[in-house]
Design a protein around this ligand. Structure first.
Ligand code: ZN
Length: 476
């Protein structure tokens, strides 16, 4: 617990579950926060939301939906009243000041581009109707005023030189501030901040109940947030029968199909199309490195488990380990981020013959140096290697060093899945493996499937719009 505390800055996942036990969904609970902050956390450190929530829940008997009674969500970080709006023609900006001292400036060109009137904007489809080449680069207001409307709160009206009238709501402006603070606040909603972990900092796995995420939207939202933050969540107590990964995936969106099909079964079988279908150890890897649009989320459901020694699952936060490698040996890190590697998969499965090939480094970073994707799969690394021969040995040394860290018990969690457990994880971030086992065909049976992060994040945002409206302000 103490070690987990380091990870979460004093709040632990263990306490998350204890609190959850104290406040099961379906019981009335009230979460409060220091006066003026108007923030609450559903159950733990991941779920800091702004707003106030008081309510009870009632589960519907209809699978997949939840009815709620007496749920009051308020205080959606409403902007304070605007006290002044002023034009600054020399800067080409409108300055807006809110009560309490908050100020934002909005470029004229942007304001006009985002006019909400029916001829500029189609409200139902949330779509701009104007043409980019007609953008008024010299837009300038001839007058601005703020006024109060009964239903819509405060509005700012701008009359432009071409006599076009635009009005903007105070909340709309507030959530689109250009200040550093406002942009940072939006970043945290655009993608949830990842929390990295090693095995010693994660004594208690993030866990959710299958039944709850299937039937309750709050539990579903909580799971999706944890998946995005930690990259790994166990879903417990699913029925130990085939079809459950599909049920779970379809609670979010639709399955991402690959050449292995939609929901695939992993069992020891003769002459397999993939080494996962053998019963030897499966090295730590991320699936499908040869896909340019690699499925982002993976589910693995244990239906029957081998009862002898072996068949354990292994999970490592490979981005966390890559960051450690960067600190300990920058040259190894550089080689793994700079050196292109060919990843491939050739064969025949239920969707027919396939020949996949993609060239990417092991560690993929964005322009800010943030790690966005790990490619790791010893079986599916091509023997074609298009680098100068003098760089090859150094690259192998970096790869060996990285793999040793990935499999170090300090970073690698090892556990045996029990029937009914579904592990859900980020396939761009987590590497997973399996220790060998010695059973015959059929004794160990798991079923898996993939989803795309686009769909998972979309579902999270849709749920936030309903359950946690402050976050939905992002795109109102
Ligand atoms: Zn307009």
């Amino acid at each position: 617990m103490l070690r987990m505390g380091k990870l979460l800055g004093g709040s632990t996942l263990a306490s998350f579950f204890r609190r959850r036990a104290l406040h099961p969904l379906g019981r009335r609970f009230v979460a409060s926060a220091p006066k003026g902050i108007r923030s609450f956390s559903f159950y733990g450190p991941v779920l800091h939301c702004v707003g106030e929530y008081e309510g009870t829940t009632r589960r519907s008997t209809n699978a997949g939906t939840t009815c709620r009674d007496n749920v009051v969500i308020s205080g959606t970080q409403a902007a304070r009243p605007i006290v002044s709006v002023a034009r600054d023609h020399s800067a080409g900006m409108l300055k807006v000041c809110w009560e309490g001292g908050k100020e934002e400036v909005y470029p004229y060109v942007w304001l006009k581009d985002n006019c909400r009137c029916p001829s500029c904007y189609h409200k139902v489809s949330h779509s701009r109707l104007t043409f980019i080449e007609e953008t008024d680069l010299k837009a300038e207001p001839i007058s601005v005023q703020r006024f109060q409307v009964i239903e819509g709160g405060q509005q700012v009206e701008v009359v432009w030189q071409d006599v076009h009238h635009s009005t903007y709501g105070t909340e709309w402006l507030h959530s689109r501030g250009f200040s550093e603070e406002s942009r940072q606040a939006r970043d945290s909603r655009y993608r949830l901040e990842r929390k990295f972990w090693g095995s010693e900092s994660l004594d208690d796995f993030p866990e959710v109940s299958f039944k709850e995420v299937i039937t309750d939207d709050v539990a579903l939202l909580e799971w999706l947030r944890q998946l995005e933050v930690y990259g790994f969540v166990k879903v417990k107590d699913a029925p130990a029968e085939i079809g459950q990964v599909r049920r779970l995936a379809e609670r979010i969106a639709f399955i991402r199909k690959t050449h292995y099909g939609e929901d695939f079964t992993v069992q020891a079988k003769p002459d397999p199309s993939n080494v996962a279908y053998l019963n030897g150890p499966l090295q730590l890897h991320a699936d499908l490195p040869y896909y340019e649009y690699k499925p982002g989320v993976q589910f693995i459901h244990c239906i029957t488990q081998y009862e002898g020694v072996g068949g354990d699952s292994q999970i490592t936060d490979a981005i966390h380990v890559a960051r450690q490698l960067q600190k300990e040996c920058p040259e190894h890190y550089r080689l793994l981020t700079d050196t292109p590697v060919d990843w491939f998969d050739i064969g025949t499965d239920e969707t027919g013959e396939f020949y996949k090939l993609l060239r990417l480094p092991v560690i993929c970073t964005d322009k800010n140096g943030q790690i966005r994707r790990i490619n790791m799969s010893q079986p599916q690394r091509d023997s074609h290697f298009s680098v100068p021969p003098g760089e090859v040995t150094a690259w192998y040394a970096a790869m060996v060093a990285y793999y040793r860290l990935l499999s170090d018990p300090k970073y690698c969690l090892q556990f045996k899945m029990t029937p009914g457990t579904i592990i859900t994880f980020d396939n761009l971030r987590i590497v997973h493996g399996r220790t060998g086992y010695f059973s015959g065909p059929g004794e160990r049976h798991v079923q898996g499937c993939y989803l795309d992060w686009d769909e998972v994040r979309s579902r999270r945002r849709v749920l936030e719009t309903k359950i946690d409206p402050y976050r939905s302000l992002y795109n109102q």
